[in-house]
Design a binder for this molecule. Structure first.
Ligand SMILES: [Zn+2]
Length: 212
């Protein structure tokens, strides 16, 4: 192993992201190698999961160093197909340290129930899991975007919406899954668990009370 590879193996951020991958996979939120994760490594760089890796079995060498200049990405391997959206989320907020993307059943189903580009959560204590929310009485919007295979176009759309109003540490891609981010890996994990919980609660409520 050369010294660069050794350094990468010992990178505590890489080790922590792999451990989080096992936690997420245990919850069935990243089936069939779906989803992708990243952690910031510099102003214009991050470690991103390689394409097609089982997220419950990641090791540090499955995380690829990616850097960007605007929309231009550079990476020596084949990073996840959705890397351009990760890079955009890091560029939109310099405080963002980690981005997690899941393909959970609940997020995928929930995103298909509405045609609007936003869903407002209200009345849940667990809304406080999302940074900046201090009361169940505060409205918490979750942005929804149409799915596309053109990830740079999706990233541009996210940026356009963000410039009108910054998104609340999460977004849904319709029929596809959930993206969350945070100012640390721990915060991103909390946002992931919070958003997945809130989505699940609404789905359970719809089963009893019907769609709004
Ligand atoms: Zn995806």
């Amino acid at each position: 192993m050369n010294s660069t590879a050794q350094l990468h193996q010992l990178n505590p951020n890489a080790i922590a992201l792999c451990a989080l991958g096992r936690w997420v996979a245990n919850r069935q939120w990243v089936p069939a190698t779906g989803g992708n994760f990243s952690i910031r490594s510099g102003d214009n760089s991050a470690l991103v999961t390689a394409s097609g890796k089982e997220k419950g079995e990641l090791s540090p060498q499955d995380l690829l160093p990616v850097s960007w200049q605007g929309q231009q990405l550079s990476c020596s391997g084949t990073p996840s197909a959705e890397t351009a959206l990760h890079a955009m989320l890091y560029q939109l907020n310099p405080a963002t340290k980690a981005v997690l993307h899941t393909h959970s059943v609940q997020a995928t189903v929930f995103s298909r129930l509405f045609t609007q580009d936003n869903y407002l959560f209200a009345g849940y204590e667990m809304q406080k899991a999302i940074s900046g929310i201090s009361s169940h009485e505060q409205l918490l919007p979750l942005a929804i975007f149409d799915n596309t295979q053109d990830i740079p176009a999706l990233a541009a759309e996210v940026a356009q919406r963000w410039h009108k109003q910054p998104l609340q540490y999460g977004l849904l891609v319709r029929g596809h899954g959930l993206y969350v981010w945070g100012n640390s890996l721990e915060q991103a994990k909390r946002h992931l668990e919070g958003w997945e919980f809130l989505i699940n609660c609404e789905l359970e409520r719809f089963k009893i009370a019907g769609l709004p």
